[in-house]
Design a protein around this ligand. Structure first.
Ligand code: ZN
Ligand code: ZN
Length: 433
């Protein structure tokens, strides 16, 4: 008898879940979107709803992803900074300080003009600014070196390494849009307009040194950015300057995650765009499949990612795939665009995937890392829809994939995101013959 194992394809669509909207005739963007492939899977599988962390927590992606991969964020999360650093390939040891950064636009008086440089800074421009910062900025308030690495668009990560001193993450954010709650980054309900000074949260030399180094880096990098040729050119072209680096979500140690491959006896691989998701995958023991950064042309980006998945499919047992797209229009409050993006995921990613894999040999799970309701323009704690199909998974009555329809599914309501992984692994192993 041939022994073979079912494959697991676990697809997380960023910020897909939402709420009913008047402008969509009382439908959610997912309901409004054209999703024949997702609906077909829902029809053939079991569905439900899930709080990706738990009720009452509107998570950032990193916290949510950890949770839905089976790591209780309260126990394992040590700040977003270290995840970003590891995902971006920066070596980090305990006592180093890692922060998530954004290039932004600031006025002469430290008033924030745009948190993301109007989303118009290219990765190439950012890389050039980053290399100037690495070359020219010297930290002197305490003995320390740093690595500043740009990632995608306006995003970057900073790791400050003390020479002979340890640094503590008990410091505040300079980015006014985010605050810290029990060490986890959450969006500020009413963000202030001024860039903040970094303050120590504890009266320790480690926290004070960390805050002083962050402030020194902020001031020195701003001076350099203000007159950098890239910014001079941007102003000539009528674009916003990338003249400040905002920092948030400090961490001073890497999270110690158990190895997923060992825990579940499956070889995991990850296909994700963003450093933070790649960082989590790496720490979980997954093979991170190299892919070029997204081009912004979603049709091509989704098509390319599904091709890449099919190429590596024979080499691993389980795949965590993080698809970007619906979250951004959610933050912009653009419901029609969000529905359009979800339709594109269905047509350009799900359709080719489903025509290339056999459901008899594959368990497919589709869900979201959190809701990003257009009406809030921010993440919420709303439960997200979830479907599991293929292998020996039994169908329920649900015929479409949406927030409302999945509420009637046989999986019921998962109260915590950490409950999902064992269910998926069971579905894969039940198919072992
Ligand atoms: Zn997300
Ligand atoms: Zn978001």
């Amino acid at each position: 008898m041939t022994v073979y194992m079912l494959k697991l394809i676990y697809i997380v669509i960023d910020g897909m879940a939402d709420r009913p909207l008047e402008e969509l005739n009382g439908l959610t963007p997912l309901e409004y979107a054209s999703t024949p492939n997702l609906d077909g899977l829902a029809k053939r599988g079991v569905t439900g709803l899930m709080y990706t962390v738990e009720k009452g927590v509107a998570p950032e992606s990193d916290v949510a992803v950890m949770s839905i991969l089976g790591y209780d964020p309260r126990r394992y999360h040590t700040g977003r900074g270290p995840l970003e650093a590891i995902g971006a390939g920066i070596e980090m040891k305990d006592g180093d300080l890692a922060l998530r950064c954004n290039f932004a636009t600031v006025g002469g008086d430290w008033e924030l003009i745009d948190r993301r440089v109007g989303r118009s800074l290219t990765s190439e421009e950012a890389a050039e600014l980053g290399s100037a910062i690495n070359k020219e900025v010297k930290l002197e308030s305490h003995p320390a070196d740093f690595v500043f690495k740009t990632t995608i668009g306006h995003r970057a990560v900073l790791v400050i390494k003390g020479r002979g001193i340890k640094l503590s993450a008990d410091i505040t954010n300079t980015d006014p849009a985010y605050v810290k709650l029990e060490g986890m980054g959450i969006a500020s309900v009413k963000p202030e307009r001024m860039v903040k000074r970094c303050e120590p949260l504890k009266d320790t030399p480690e926290a004070k040194a960390a805050a002083e180094l962050v402030n020194e880096f902020t001031v020195k990098s701003r001076e350099l950015l203000e007159k950098h040729p890239i910014n001079v050119k941007r102003v000539e072209e009528g674009k916003l300057k990338a003249n400040i680096v905002l920092m948030r979500d400090a961490g001073d140690k890497t999270p110690k995650l158990f190895n997923l491959n060992e825990k579940y006896g499956l070889r995991f691989a990850c296909l994700a765009d963003m450093p933070v998701e790649r960082g989590i995958a790496k720490l979980a023991g997954m093979e991170v499949i190299p892919i070029p950064p997204p081009t912004g042309d979603l049709k091509n980006d989704y098509g390319f990612r599904v091709e890449r998945l099919l190429e590596v499919l024979p080499h691993f047992d389980a795949f965590y795939i993080h698809i970007k797209g619906p979250d951004e229009p959610g933050h912009d409050g653009d419901a029609r665009r969000k529905a359009e993006v979800i339709s594109l995921v269905d047509e350009e990613f799900m359709a080719p995937l489903l025509s290339s894999v056999k459901l008899s040999e594959t368990v497919i799970c589709v869900t979201a890392d959190h809701a990003t309701p257009c009406s809030l323009k921010a993440h919420s704690d709303d439960p997200v829809p979830i479907l599991i199909a293929g292998g020996g998974v039994e169908e329920d009555e649900v015929q479409t994939f949406s927030e409302r329809s999945c509420a009637l599914g046989k999986l019921g309501l998962l109260e915590k995101g950490v409950e999902l992984m064992p269910i998926l692994v069971k579905a894969v192993k039940a198919g072992l013959t």
